[in-house]
Write a protein that binds this ligand. Structure first.
Ligand code: UTP
Length: 456
């Protein structure tokens, strides 16, 4: 054992993780060294902490641009956002490092073929939205894709095999997030095999550290990018061409704008944008009791009324300030069934997965606001294999949205049960883009309909 290994042994003993050193002498020298290096790199102290939820009495409503204010200021907000896109100040960051366990698909979720008629993958749909936004704003929008060790190689290969879906190589920037050890319920780190920690990607919040560590944040600064539109791979309707969002950040001098949805009912399982003391933050439904979610503020409204669909606009200068401060989002634990190496074999274990959440950056912002969106226009999540939030439900939501685009353009639409509409982002990736491009080619759509586009 080297001196470092002794220090490591002491550290592990302090953190109750000494079991990780059992049997390491039997490992081949190279594997032993890799394993010890990893053990030494983990912040065990951080892993052992649980964050206390804020005291209920401190919680109040956040400043949110609600529907009425949005309508009133729509033109001014949109104009400011259009100016930012037009000046090449906007980039898009898509997080795609999750394990997608609920979907049960073997590859990265982004490779899942979801297009109702096109059979396009989720990656293709999101990439083509970026392509369309660049066409509309006459600029090359940087598209950052965060992967994890679970999704990195397959994601890169998939994009390359599909010629980056028409995007320029310099627009597309892949970088991988880190991992953290998974724990047993008693807090002991688990193994994936002899001399190999069981680890999971460190959550969507890992994108902050990875953005900094990969040099991508500095690159955005060097390019004069001021606004980063944050999206999650698994929302098919998430806009990337979003002048209203970016304009809200610009005109409100906000360091972060968080989109919010009016909750369908108090018990809806979402994170909530609220104000705690002097700062905004998101409080997860798991941290609240049914009584909490029904609490009302001084204005008589529910305090936890704004749900977060995980869409934000971050100011690059804000992220840079946090990076300079050495900020790192904290870890949160959630109970998960895991497969771990126990007693010489892989076994099912009830454990803890620790993850960082992107929204833990919000309390650090000097100015944070919420922006209400219409759920049906922007939210079609793919989480589960079947039922709610599944590929089927998301395809239906996309079809319903695209139907509204057509109907707003005067097209009469008649669909029977199971018939779907799909408009390719190569034709239009947003309503504004559709309105620009639609050429009255049809007066009516009867039955399944697919509209592809020739980009440029
Ligand atoms: P989810 O929390 O829904 O997790 O991720 P998931 O991995 O996709 O699915 P399950 O829970 O295993 O079924 C929301 C978004 O955050 C990304 C996902 O790729 C998705 O876009 N994410 C999640 C990461 O990028 N990294 C992570 O470590 C976790």
């Amino acid at each position: 054992m080297s001196i470092d290994a002794f220090a490591l042994a002491e550290d592990l003993a302090t953190q109750g993780q000494s079991h990780l050193l059992a049997g390491i002498d039997a490992l081949p020298a190279e594997q032993r060294q890799t394993y010890l290096d990893r053990l030494a790199a983990v912040d065990w102290e951080e892993l052992s902490h649980e964050l206390p939820p804020p005291a209920a009495e401190e919680v109040g409503p956040s400043r949110v641009i609600d529907r009425a204010e949005r309508q009133e200021r729509q033109a001014a907000l949109t104009e400011a956002g259009l100016a930012a896109y037009g000046a090449g100040q906007v980039a898009v960051l898509m997080v795609a490092g999750g394990m997608g366990s609920r979907l049960g698909f073997s590859g990265p979720k982004g490779c899942f073929e979801v297009g109702a008629h096109s059979g396009k993958s989720i990656y293709q749909i999101q990439a083509e939205k970026v392509l369309d936004a660049g066409r509309r704003h006459q600029c090359r929008i940087p598209f950052l894709v965060m992967t994890s060790p679970v999704t990195d190689a397959e994601t890169r290969e998939f994009f390359a095999a599909n010629e980056y879906f028409g995007l320029e190589a310099e627009q597309l920037r892949f970088f991988s997030q880190g991992t953290v050890p998974s724990l047993s319920r008693s807090g002991q780190a688990l193994l994936a095999g002899p001399g190999q920690l069981l680890e999971n990607p460190d959550g969507h919040g890992g994108c902050f550290t990875a953005l900094v560590g990969s040099g991508n944040l500095q690159r955005l600064r060097d390019e004069g990018i001021e606004y980063l539109v944050y999206i999650q791979v698994d929302n098919l309707l998430v806009p990337v061409d979003d002048p209203l969002l970016v304009g809200a950040a610009a005109l409100e001098q906000a360091e972060v704008v968080t989109k919010v949805l009016a909750k369908a009912h108090p018990d809806e399982k979402v994170g909530h944008l609220v104000r705690v003391g002097e700062a905004d933050r998101i409080i997860e439904y798991t941290e609240l009791s049914p009584e909490d979610t029904r609490r009302r503020g001084a204005d008589g409204e529910l305090i936890y009324r704004w749900g977060s669909p995980a869409m934000h606009c971050w100011r690059v200068s804000f992220l840079s300030r946090l990076a300079e401060q050495g900020f790192r989002p904290p870890l949160h634990r959630s109970a998960k069934p895991l497969k771990a190496w126990v007693d010489g074999a892989l076994n099912s274990v009830d454990g803890w997965k620790s993850e960082r959440f992107i929204f833990d950056l919000i309390p650090e912002a000097k100015i944070s606001i919420g922006l209400v969106i219409d759920r049906d226009d922007e939210f079609a999540p793919v989480k589960n294999a079947e039922g709610a939030d599944s590929p089927d439900s998301a395809r239906q939501l996309v079809s319903d949205c695209h139907r509204r685009w057509l109907e707003a353009a005067g097209v009469r639409v008649q669909l029977s049960e199971g018939q779907l509409i799909e408009i390719s982002p190569r034709f239009a990736g947003s309503l504004a883009s559709f309105q620009q491009r639609w050429d009255q080619r049809l007066q009516e759509v009867i039955g399944d309909y697919y509209l592809e586009g020739d980009q440029r």
